[in-house]
Design a binder for this molecule. Structure first.
Ligand code: HEC
Length: 135
């Protein structure tokens, strides 16, 4: 939990920036502004991905933006996939070996049963959403 204060500071800075740029009338909204601001910069593809990631995919319960919980952070996954030119869509279809944390793959593997049922469009959305956290 030692990263939590940093995360909160980062989030509140981010939300202020969002408010200045896109949402000048948002000052009263408090926490909601963070969530709204997050969505504002995403492509339509990545927004679909976010809906799945936080919704029916339930990916959010194990993957947080920049903090390892049960699974690696979204940022770490995105950076490794970009650096190694991984194929995330193909991984989520069950066709690739894990490249981020192979020793923990058993915990991720059960989710592939679900992601295999997603359409290509949905999987590309999830990929775009996760890549939006990468460097
Ligand atoms: C029960 C916890 C859990 C859930 C839920 C979960 N993951 Fe994971 N995920 C992990 C763990 C642990 C790893 C690290 C093992 C690994 O690298 O395969 C991982 C790794 C990954 C990786 C990197 C795989 C690689 O190449 O090593 C991707 C991409 C990923 N998850 C996407 C998702 C998506 C998309 C969802 C939602 C559909 C999801 N995860 C749901 C636990 C989870």
């Amino acid at each position: 939990m030692k990263h939590l204060p940093t995360l909160l500071v980062a989030l509140s800075l981010f939300s202020c920036k969002q408010e200045e740029k896109n949402q000048p009338t948002y000052q009263q909204a408090g926490d909601a502004a963070v969530a709204e601001g997050d969505v504002a910069n995403l492509s339509p593809e990545a927004k679909l991905g976010q809906e799945i990631f936080d919704g029916k995919g339930n990916c959010y319960s194990c993957h947080k933006p920049d903090q390892k919980v049960i699974g690696p952070s979204i940022q770490e996954i995105a950076n490794i996939y970009k650096a190694k030119k991984g194929n995330m869509v193909s991984f989520l279809k069950g066709n690739e070996e894990p490249i981020v944390d192979p020793e923990m793959f058993e915990t991720m593997r059960t989710n592939l049963i679900l992601t295999k049922t997603f359409t290509d469009e949905e999987l590309k959305g999830v990929e775009a959403y996760m890549y939006s956290f990468g460097k």
